[in-house]
Every structure is written in C-alpha cells, then in structure tokens.
Design a protein around this ligand. Structure first.
Ligand SMILES: O=C1O[C@H](COP(=O)(O)O)[C@@H](O)[C@H](O)[C@H]1O
Length: 231
C-alpha cells in the first residue's frame, strides 16, 4: 500500500523529503554507526539535493550511491553521477562517501559487475532509496521493453547492479535490481507535475507490470512506498 503526500510547492516537497531522509539517516547512524542513501537521477531531484546538501548530518558516516546510471562518463550532462556531484555532494554533504556505478574503459556489463562488487560492502538493506519515475512508467532503469526487465524485476534475482537496454532509454543503463531496492528502510518515490501524477494514477490501476515497471514498486515493495508529489 503506497502513501501519497502532496505539497503545494516543489520547495515544500524538497524540505519534507529532506526531513524524512534526514530522520532515517540519523537513526541509522545512531543505531549502526553508518547509513546508506541510494538516489535517482534525471531532472527532478535537483532542488531536493540542494536542500538535503545543507542539512547537518553525520555525512562522513553516510554512503551515497545511485539507484541507476546512464552509461556515460561523469563529464556528460546526462550523467546521474554528475547531477549528484553538482547538487548533493557539496556544502555539509561534501563529506559523504560516494560510490558510483559507471566505470570508464569497461563495457556496460563489466561496469555492472564492478559496481555490484563495490556496492556489496554497503549494509543491506539500504537505509534510504529514492526512486524517480519517467512518463513512460519506468523507475530506476526498469524500462518498458528493456532487454533485462524480467530479471531486474524478479524479487528472487541477486541483489546488485545489472545492465538494461531499451528503446526509450537512450544509452545503455546500469541499474540496481528491484530485489536490492524494495526493502529499503525508507522507500520513497519523488515525482513532480500534473503529467507524472496522471502517469501515477494510471500505474495504480490494473495492467501488466512490464508496461509500467513502477508498478513493481507500487505492488510488490517490501517497504510501503511513500510518494512525494508537488505540481
Ligand atoms: O532516466 C532516468 O529517468 C528517471 C526520471 O527522470 P526525470 O528526469 O523524469 O526526473 C530517473 O528516476 C532515473 O534515475 C533516470 O536515470
């Protein structure tokens, strides 16, 4: 069952999401001495990242990674790594430990293997996972028509990073499997705008998961999905 929180402005959403994330990360560090945060890329998270980067948190105990990545170097404007480096890993959050998924001079498959190895040291489950959603109903890099979609969405798949190629994805992708994301202590979906609200409403209706992979998170996440929306 998903919980939907609606805000009047995108800034109000960013502050509320930063509050929820901060609370979970602080609790994790207090209980276990370390915390993890897996974030999405794209265009939506910029303001939220700017707000979160200013929060006073034990950032040197917090590991940040990506839910998914486009297979492009960090210098590319399409890189989710670049987005996080520019908008999140600054101010107070500059002390966070960042684990990227992209690796240069490797194939996407080799990079996925390396990323799985480098992220397997992060305690399971993730403390916080923040998903985004495209207007095609993709989340992470679970794209409709993706070549590895069935395996990526299979809850029995190994936790880790795998590749995804799909017509709507542009470049090849690296993505954590659904099994690695679905049990985060805080599992959030951050979406903005009327169009994405309409896509969400459609996804909440009947229909195959493969057509709108966000349905996996809405229907089968172990942790109830908390949805943050603003116009
Ligand atoms: O390609 C991606 O798109 C989604 C949604 O991005 P947005 O630009 O519509 O906010 C994002 O969640 C994902 O991480 C990214 O790789």
């Amino acid at each position: 069952m998903a919980h939907i929180h609606s805000y009047e402005t995108r800034l109000a959403l960013a502050e509320a999401l930063a509050d929820a994330v901060s609370e979970t990360l602080n609790a994790a560090v207090a209980e276990r001495g370390a915390a993890s945060l897996a974030v999405s890329g794209g265009s939506t998270p910029k303001l939220f990242f700017d707000v979160l980067s200013k929060r006073v948190l034990p950032w040197d105990r917090i590991t940040v990674t990506l839910v998914d990545e486009r297979f492009v170097p960090p210098e590319s404007d399409r890189s989710n790594h670049q987005l996080v480096a520019t908008h999140l890993l600054k101010d107070k959050a500059a002390d966070a430990n960042f684990v990227p998924l992209f690796h240069a001079d490797k194939t996407a498959e080799e990079a996925a293997t390396i990323a799985s190895q480098e992220t397997c040291g992060i305690d399971e489950p993730f403390d916080v996972v923040i998903l985004g959603m495209g207007t095609d109903g993709h989340t992470a890099s679970f794209f409709p028509g993706g070549d590895n979609l069935a395996e990526a969405l299979d809850a029995a798949s190994t936790r880790g990073v795998m590749t995804m190629r799909a017509q709507g994805a542009g470049e090849p992708r690296l993505t954590f499997t659904f099994s690695a994301l679905r049990d985060a202590r805080l599992l959030a979906l951050h979406i903005e705008g009327a169009e994405k609200k309409q896509v969400l409403d459609t996804a909440l209706g009947d229909g195959p998961e493969e057509d709108m992979p966000i349905r996996a998170a809405l229907r089968r996440a172990q942790t109830p999905l908390t949805i943050f929306w603003a116009p």
